[in-house]
Ligand binder design. Structure first.
Ligand SMILES: [Mg+2]
Length: 126
């Protein structure tokens, strides 16, 4: 059995449906889910907002957490790798403090890490 990989997304400034919109398409989240990633959000938005967002997108998110609780995910889920995608230095600090690999939601970095996450999904890496 392949150990799961966990992928956490900031919302605002990161996902295309955030306020402000970020560069990460919802399609990327769906691809991750389809490939067996544990997927969810880690944001300053209230949990009720985060849950409603996933419900609206019809994505069965595995978790919703507040940003400063990112470390809780390591206790809740045994995963081979933990990633957090975010757009700010605050995201990066919380990610690194929680033992996550930080993936920055900017155009240049995105091309690199999308390829790393989905080596076979060429269309997602462009
Ligand atoms: Mg953000």
């Amino acid at each position: 059995m392949t150990p799961a990989r966990l992928l956490s997304f900031d919302i605002d400034g990161t996902l295309e449906i955030g306020e402000p919109p970020g560069i990460v398409p919802v399609a990327l989240v769906r691809t991750a889910k389809r490939l067996g990633y544990l997927v969810g959000s880690c944001s300053d938005r209230p949990l009720s907002y985060q849950r409603a967002l996933w419900e609206r997108l019809e994505i069965a998110a595995d978790f919703t957490v507040l940003k400063h609780r990112l470390a809780d995910l390591r206790a809740r889920f045994a995963a081979a790798t933990y990633y957090h995608v975010g757009d700010t230095d605050v995201d990066e600090r919380f990610a690194l403090d929680a033992g996550f690999t930080f993936l920055r939601a900017d155009a240049v970095a995105h091309r690199r890490w999308a390829l790393e996450l989905f080596p076979d999904a060429g269309s997602m890496a462009r």
